[in-house]
Ligand binder design. Structure first.
Ligand code: ZN
Length: 686
């Protein structure tokens, strides 16, 4: 593995700077830690609140991530207060957390890591802890004791599996005092601790012990087939992805019965090797690679057989039974191990392996699904190395339960929860690069939605998506090039959405054009163009959305951006008014056809939104000004004055109405038309 320490980069850094530098180096290597795993510390001196210099330990806070960690994520504790605990015989987790809270040098800093005592009881300046794949591969074997002694001899102390907490911390502290010359401690089914007088020494010792494990496994694997991949019967990539896109909403509907989940499809080579292997079915059911993974992946994934040639019909029919089987397994496991203190968590699988097709990971948002998937990549890698050196083994059912239902771990999840009325939902907005569509995409995202930003202006769409990712986080938006009049492009956009998020909850059909001209002067081409975009475009997008939503079985919401011209048409605007009227009439029929599936369909009718609009071209402005007998400069003012409230309508006003209709506040509203026109009596819906 790459040794990333650079003396020139480390030069000039103080103790805290070196701790952050070292932590990020550990975090940068996903074969050491993934997503919040692992922790680091230093023992130093700090000024307490009265300015007295005290011995202190600075340790990673709970819930932060080593690869992006900053000084503010490290709380410091008064070491003298902490170290007296070493003389105790036992301490509950609650007692420990309450006690450590009293030891904080700054009470406002984040809660210290659940492995704080372990760091404290190791009497060295710098301590590094990881869940290195290579180490865990050795400890997660049936003959791990023998194996670890063979590989490490006297270089490392070995400590049997115990859930992190006071008892494990004390045991490790004692073991190291008895063996002061070891370079590190290996925790069975968990990971590695190393230390040093400097951050660099602790880091290098860590990597050396990991390298030893990796080299041993590589040597053992040489010339052998660990996963026997079947020959023949494998789908080519494009067919596999088409099948996955077809299947994704079925799975999403089934795993969202307790709470709405997002899905992430993955068919990278290591995943395909595992799901196509003869051994995957059994090995996937052994258990997690390290305890803290269970929080994201549960004790085991769902494994789904798919016959000789995987196909959509078979898998769609088979999937409900497979998910039900997992849920009853999980309920049984929960019942067998619970002490009644914690209600059962969502019993649906977080990782789903489908033979011949690939892997889905699930989560309450795209990031959580990504984390579960990333973790499972490492699980596969650990299983593979463990099989090379022996037989993969994992935690007992009871130990796995004690971790998934451990309040200390559940606390981390509360830090990660994201809210908003569209949390855990997926929305697709057409014509979203500018104006109303852009405002809608941003408003839905601000309420928690994952937004597929589509437009023919793909650069504009990309800018909107990047803006959303910047404010809401990774995975919260994607840009897709989509001409709503092109059935292939529409199907392709929905295919990408199915693979990226698993399904769809909200469609906002917004893309439109505004051709101007009296009907007797209009070319057939202009008329047809208006119909293509303003009618057929909505049809093509709605057709895909409704098929998907029915397949998914979670209801859904379609919002069409109509116009004030539907109830109240104007002269020289015939192609626009007629094509938009067709859109709105189609929306009403969609409401009638899809009510029984819980799919709501509504329309907003804006009037005269100029801001950022592509609709109001210079030509449209000129023609509308002429139609109303006014100057172009006076146009906005004209529209403002003609409404009852005498106010201009903005893109944000329309976005707010769309959000209302899209989300749960309008759960009893379908087939409705909501004007956003500041009051036009001719356009009152009736
Ligand atoms: Zn750990």
């Amino acid at each position: 593995m790459p040794h990333r320490w650079s003396d020139s980069e480390a030069k000039g850094k103080d103790e805290m700077g070196l701790l952050v530098y070292q932590s990020r180096l550990v975090g940068a290597d996903t074969s050491l830690v993934v997503w919040g795993g692992g922790n680091t510390s230093i023992k130093t001196t700090k000024k307490d609140f009265r300015g007295r210099e005290v011995d202190a330990m600075t340790v990673k806070g709970s819930g932060s991530d080593l690869k992006t960690i900053e000084p503010k994520h490290f709380p410091s504790l008064d070491l003298e207060d902490v170290l007296v605990l070493f003389d105790r015989d036992a301490m509950s987790d609650d007692e420990m957390v309450a006690y450590l809270a009293q030891c904080m040098i700054d009470p406002k800093s984040p809660r210290p890591s659940i492995e704080t005592l372990l760091h404290a009881f190791l009497p060295f300046h710098s301590v590094v802890h990881s869940h290195a794949d290579a180490i865990v591969a050795l400890t997660n074997t049936r003959n791990s004791d023998e194996l670890l002694h063979e590989v490490y001899g006297d270089r490392a102390a070995i400590v049997e599996y115990l859930r992190p907490g006071f008892a494990l911390s004390k045991l490790v502290g004692q073991r190291v005092r008895e063996n002061p010359d070891v370079d590190g401690v290996i925790l069975v089914n968990h990971g590695l601790f190393t230390w040093g007088d400097t951050a660099k020494e602790a880091y290098l010792k860590h990597l050396n012990l990991v390298d030893t494990a990796a080299e041993y496994a590589e040597e053992k694997a040489k010339g052998r087939t660990i996963f026997s991949v079947r020959e023949g019967g494998l789908l080519p990539e494009n067919e596999r992805r088409r099948l996955a896109a077809g299947l994704a909403p079925v799975i999403r509907g089934l795993v969202s019965r307790s709470q709405s989940m997002l899905l992430r499809y993955d068919d990278s080579p290591d995943v395909m090797e595992f799901v196509n292997s003869a051994e995957g079915a059994a090995l996937s059911q052994v258990g997690p690679a390290t305890p803290d993974h269970t929080l994201q992946t549960k004790i085991k994934p769902l494994w789904v057989e798919s016959g000789e040639f995987p196909n959509l019909e078979y898998l769609s029919g088979h999937m409900p039974r497979a998910i039900d089987r997992y849920v009853s397994y999980y309920q049984g496991w929960y019942q067998a191990n619970t002490d009644g203190q914690h209600p059962m968590l969502d019993p649906h699988p977080r990782v789903i392996l489908v033979k011949g097709v690939g892997m889905w990971s699930t989560g309450k948002d795209a990031k959580a699904a990504l984390i579960a998937g990333d973790i499972y990549h490492h699980t596969i890698s650990v299983i593979k190395s463990a099989q090379a050196v022996g037989h993969y083994a994992s935690l007992s059912d009871k130990d796995a339960y004690d971790v998934e239902y451990w309040p200390m771990e559940l606390y981390k999840l509360t830090l990660a929860a994201s809210g908003g009325e569209l949390a855990s939902q997926v929305a697709l907005v057409t014509g979203a690069a500018h104006g109303i569509g852009k405002a809608i995409a941003e408003r839905l995202a601000a309420e928690g939605a994952h937004v597929v930003v589509t437009d023919i202006d793909v650069e504009g769409a990309e800018a909107v998506a990047q803006g959303i990712i910047g404010s809401q986080g990774a995975g919260r938006a994607m840009a897709v090039n989509m001409d709503v009049t092109n059935p292939e492009q529409v199907a392709d956009a929905f295919g990408r959405l199915r693979l990226a998020y698993g399904g769809l909850d909200v469609l906002v059909s917004n893309a439109g054009i505004a051709p101007v001209g009296a009907i007797h002067e209009l070319s057939l081409e202009d008329w047809q163009h208006a119909m293509d975009i303003n009618s057929t475009g909505h049809f093509l997008v709605a057709r895909e959305a409704v098929s998907l939503m029915r397949q998914q079985g979670m209801g859904g919401s379609l919002v069409f951006v109509g116009t004030k011209n539907v109830p109240s048409p104007g002269k020289d605007f015939g192609a626009y008014s007629a094509s938009k009227a067709a859109e709105v009439q189609m929306a009403r029929v969609l409401a009638i056809e899809n009510g029984e599936y819980g799919i709501r369909v509504n329309v907003v009718n804006p009037d005269a939104v100029f801001q950022g609009s592509n609709l109001w071209t210079a030509e449209v402005k000129e023609m509308r000004a002429r139609a109303h007998g006014i100057s172009i400069d006076g146009l906005e003012e004209f529209y403002r004055k003609r409404n009852l409230l005498k106010r201009s309508v903005t893109a944000e006003d329309v976005a707010e109405a769309v959000l209302f209709l899209a989300g749960p506040r309008a759960s009893k509203t379908t087939g409705a038309m909501l004007p956003v026109d500041a009051g036009l009596k001719d356009a009152f819906p009736r």
